[in-house]
Design a protein around this ligand. Structure first.
Ligand SMILES: [Zn+2]
Length: 589
């Protein structure tokens, strides 16, 4: 029997807000106004010798205000995601963004005061601030780069209609794209997600056609999309490097991630050095496919001729069972996301593409959006997003300011869930051909997560440098092709249409340099997974502890508690060694 909560449906946002208008919203807005006014009134109490209790009271009020903003903002974002063409959702989103900006501006004095405070009183207050400590310490990381209050206000105001507006335009333009592909002699119109499924099609012609159509549609708008990118990148540099004095564009992200620049350099360097592992895999895959050399179109080709599909309820069950075998507590958290109706798994026109998990408030089941079509990959996406949800719920006892894990650790639980699902699927398969297929999928995935994402960041490093110096769309595309040539070496045949791939990657528009967090997370998980295989059950509580930290400590602290040193190239190499193990298993099959 199929449980009703495991049907493929739309989500409900009721746990955030019953409606986008009406008494509940008015009540929240009125209370927010009262609390913000109260917070503003406390301004004169701020001094280096403020009492610890008084300071803690202020932090609590600050958190209450923050919770209201993320509740309203979360509702607006999620509503817009489920229907990006809705004028009402767009209007509400705009209104909430404006509200959030206003509140941020009215409360800005607090973080500015905090960032400008001398070290000694700051240390005293951090020591007394309990769960807020790491949040407060994190704010001070930006102290040397913070401008005066009027300058910060201007930046906030101009951002709404500047870079934020550019990102929104990018989303509106690209979410409206529709793609035409001939499947079984019939031309069909489809969304990007539906099209993306065909890059894994058994037919080499269909795979190539899917990529060509993708880049044809994006390429038609290349001038506009590249121009949007150029503006975003220049704004990033003029604000962060020129005005704030941060050392480099990527250092902005590293500072936010609390990862020292050299650690990221080491990570990217180790990824580059290990590309031969992937080249070896691509040559193996070419043999399986019976071709001389893999084309870029064939990177995700299935190694079986047939591709199995999984009905949605079965996929949900597989994911929950794989979590349950590792830790029943994790499975309970994941189940709750379904029971609370927080999963949007349908395919609908206008719905945002891809997948995400939004952990809005501590202790409230996160919202998970997937576009479930039923391929093996979509089952793993479900495991991935539920991993995020489980991570947020494991950290649900922290404050709203500290329960979100820092970006580089944000992919730990998600990728680990995929590994657990893979284990379970392998355990149920005796057929060597199917086992080979599953192992190859792990490798395909590790490639897409580790190497591909690292190379996006390597591209961004160059693109940010050249865009500021006046690079055109064609210059950036040429840079991208250079990047791809290094990436694939002579193991893969590259065609020119891939020069527009970068304008089809939302992350590099929305969150510059975000992508190394995927490489970081996947390699970390591979290292953790090796530990689990060696250690067995005693590993489980150590792992759960990592998740339960949420974002209440630095990544360094959390990782070193698990016994790893992220400054060491050997640490990252360890993740690749697991991959090499998989590859040798595959070569032997
Ligand atoms: Zn993720």
């Amino acid at each position: 029997m199929i449980q009703p909560e495991f049907q493929q449906t739309r989500w409900t946002l009721d746990d955030l807000l019953p409606a986008h208008e009406g008494p509940e919203l008015e009540h929240i807005l009125a209370e927010l106004e009262r609390q913000v006014a109260q917070f503003e009134a406390s301004r004169e109490r701020l001094s280096p010798d403020i009492g610890q209790d008084e300071f803690l009271d202020l932090m609590r009020l600050y958190e209450v205000i923050y919770v209201k903003l993320v509740r309203l903002g979360g509702y607006a974002q999620l509503w817009f995601s489920e229907d990006t063409q809705s004028q009402a959702a767009l209007g509400f989103l705009g209104r909430m963004e404006q509200l959030s900006t206003d509140v941020q501006n009215r409360t800005l004095f607090f973080s500015l005061w905090w960032k400008g405070l001398d070290d000694e009183p700051a240390r005293r207050l951090v020591a007394a601030s309990g769960d807020y400590a790491y949040y407060l310490e994190s704010l001070r990381r930006f102290t040397p780069y913070t401008l005066s209050e009027p300058e910060e206000r201007i930046i906030n105001l101009k951002d709404v209609n500047g870079p934020h507006a550019l990102v929104k335009l990018y989303q509106m333009i690209t979410n409206r794209f529709s793609f035409r592909l001939e499947v079984d002699g019939e031309t069909r119109e489809m969304t990007r997600d539906e099209l993306a499924a065909y890059v894994r099609d058994p037919s080499p012609e269909v795979r190539a056609a899917a990529y060509r159509e993708l880049f044809h549609v994006y390429g038609d708008q290349a001038a506009v999309l590249a121009q949007i990118y150029n503006h975003l990148v220049r704004d990033w540099a003029s604000e962060n490097v020129t005005l704030r004095g941060i050392a480099s564009p990527i250092a902005v992200r590293n500072l936010g991630n609390d990862i020292p620049d050299p650690v990221v350099d080491t990570l990217l360097d180790v990824c580059r050095k290990n590309m031969p592992i992937f080249h070896r895999y691509f040559r193996l895959k070419a043999r399986w496919l019976g071709v001389e050399r893999l084309r870029r179109y064939d990177i995700y080709a299935p190694v079986r001729a047939a591709d199995k599909t999984y009905p949605y309820p079965e996929a949900v069950d597989m994911v929950l069972t794989s979590l349950d075998r590792f830790s029943p507590a994790l499975a309970d958290h994941a189940r709750r996301v379904f029971v609370d109706g927080h999963v949007d798994s349908e395919i609908r026109p206008g719905k945002r593409g891809g997948a995400f998990c939004a952990g809005v408030l501590p202790g409230v089941a996160p919202w998970v959006l997937v576009n479930y079509v039923g391929k093996t990959d979509h089952v793993f996406t479900l495991a991935h997003e539920l991993g995020h949800a489980v991570h947020a719920l494991m950290a649900g006892h922290h404050s709203a300011l500290t329960f979100h894990s820092a970006l580089p650790l944000a992919e730990t639980a998600s990728v680990f869930s995929e590994m657990l699902l893979n284990d379970r699927m392998l355990a149920q398969e005796d057929d060597p051909a199917v086992r080979r297929d599953l192992l190859a999928r792990v490798f395909d995935n590790a490639y897409a997560t580790v190497a591909r994402q690292a190379y996006f960041v390597l591209f961004e490093l160059k693109a940010h440098k050249h865009a500021v110096a006046g690079a055109t769309a064609d210059d950036l595309s040429a840079l991208y092709m250079d990047n791809l040539r290094e990436h694939f070496g002579d193991a893969v045949e590259l065609s020119d249409d891939f020069r527009w791939e970068w304008i089809a990657i939302p992350h590099i528009y929305q969150t510059p340099f975000y992508c190394y967090a995927y490489s970081f997370g996947q390699l970390l998980v591979l290292a953790l997974y090796r530990q689990y295989r060696q250690e067995g059950a005693s590993f489980v509580p150590r792992y759960l502890k990592i998740l339960a930290h949420g974002g209440s400590h630095s990544p360094d602290h959390i990782i070193s508690q698990a016994g790893f040193d992220m400054a060491s190239p050997d640490f990252w190499q360890g993740g690749f060694d697991v991959l090499r193990g998989f590859l040798e298993e595959l070569e032997a099959l």
